[in-house]
Design a protein around this ligand. Structure first.
Ligand code: NAD
Length: 270
């Protein structure tokens, strides 16, 4: 099995990456940074987002595994002291068995249409759109029909696995990643007798799309996971569930709702 390791860059993560390389080489597996089958992210959720974007052009051929060096992450569920066990799992299944261990999570596809250029981004967690020098003013269309005129801090469009990230801080719902959907959540919308938005998060199925059409002339900040962009010529952003998915190798079961409980509530519920 060809693998690559992406680490956070701190001393502990770098040391663990070295240890992983040594353990994997003992089992006859070699690092391949060009065409890995498996990418091991060592650090936290942010490290996994970096790994995802490094290999975003090969998503259909790569599976990811996350090792956390701090607290349990949503994308990083292996502990630092479990590297030998992780390598054993990899060595025991080799190439043929990897497909059976893979879970696939939906992604947000965002087409950012600017005056002269259009770019397509994939978000593992979310896309956000915010005003830079003033609040965001934007029309929100669902499937081509205007639904509201948004005025406020910004808009977040998240994937199911990203629903526990920024979206959760915005009181969005947590969505199981087996559901092919995107969620639109408001950031501090203005609601009074003059301005009105829906005020509730909206969850769109795979065959629907939303378009955010900012008022012309605004200086806007766009984030795609940890990546940041600023533009003053955004015409529209069209978001939908991508045809592509991110693949995670699950060498042992860790149900999503158990992950939610352990991350946000704690191990014991009494
Ligand atoms: P980071 O790695 O420090 O991540 C920030 C926090 O978000 C960490 O605690 C991380 O564990 C958590 N996180 C990331 N993805 C998650 C997920 N899918 N489910 C649950 N928690 C998750 O910082 P970064 O590298 O800049 O990461 C970018 C991410 O940070 C964005 O995708 C966004 O979701 C998140 N973020 C959250 C807020 C907020 O909640 N107010 C604000 C900005 C960014």
């Amino acid at each position: 099995m060809k693998y690559d390791v992406v680490h956070r860059g701190d001393e502990l993560s770098a040391r663990l990456a070295e240890k992983f390389l040594a353990l994997a080489s003992e089992r006859g597996m070699m690092q391949n940074t060009e065409q890995p089958d498996l990418v091991i992210s060592i650090g936290g959720d942010g490290t996994m987002l970096h790994a995802f974007h490094r290999y975003v052009d090969r998503l259909d051929r790569i599976a990811f595994v996350g090792v956390h060096t701090g607290h349990l992450g949503f994308y990083a569920d292996w502990k630092a002291n479990e590297l030998p066990e992780l390598v054993e799992h990899m060595a025991s299944i080799r190439d043929a068995g990897l497909e059976e261990k893979i879970v696939r999570y939906p992604l947000v596809e965002a087409k950012v249409i600017r005056e002269r250029v259009t770019s397509v981004h994939l978000a593992c967690n979310e896309l956000t759109l915010r005003g830079v020098r003033s609040m965001l003013v934007a029309r929100v269309d669902i499937n081509g029909s205007p639904i509201e005129m948004f005025r406020g801090d910004g808009i977040c469009v998240s994937s199911p696995s990203g629903s526990t990230a920024y979206n959760k801080s915005l009181n969005g719902a947590i969505i199981h990643p087996s559901l092919e959907a995107i969620q639109i959540a408001e950031m501090a919308s203005i609601n009074n007798r003059v301005y009105r938005t829906l005020g509730s998060p909206m969850i769109l199925p795979k065959h629907h799309h939303c378009e955010i059409v900012p008022k012309a002339g605004q200086h806007l900040h766009i984030s795609v996971d940890h990546l940041q962009f600023e533009y003053d010529d955004v015409v529209a952003i069209r978001c939908s569930v991508s045809e592509k998915k991110v693949r995670f190798a699950r060498f042992r079961p860790f149900p999503f709702w158990v992950r939610v409980k352990e991350a946000f509530i704690g191990a014991d519920v009494d």
